[in-house]
Design a protein around this ligand. Sequence first.
Ligand SMILES: [Zn+2]
Length: 106
Amino acid sequence: MSVTVFSQLDRSLHEHLDALVRLASTGDDETAAELARTELPRVVAVVEALLDEHTPDEHGRCPTCRTRWWSRRRPAPCRAYLGAQLCLTVVGEDSPVPRKRLRSVG
Ligand SMILES: [Zn+2]
């Protein structure tokens, strides 16, 4: 199996994210605070940039995903947007930080 440049990039991205999670959960307080100050804003910037591309328009459709011909029949908003929403607003009970639960739609 050949390793493409893309898969290499993808792997290093995932390794970076894994390292962040590992350090945040097992590192000491100083490390965790440092991570929050240096890495969290970058991660948030990435999420915001992605959400920006997938923010539903006035019809609830994704401006990025709807460029494909079958998108008219796809559920809106798109899975990328919904996935990010669910991931960030619905957390498990073991979360140390209580967060608002996603309100049911409709
Ligand atoms: Zn989308």
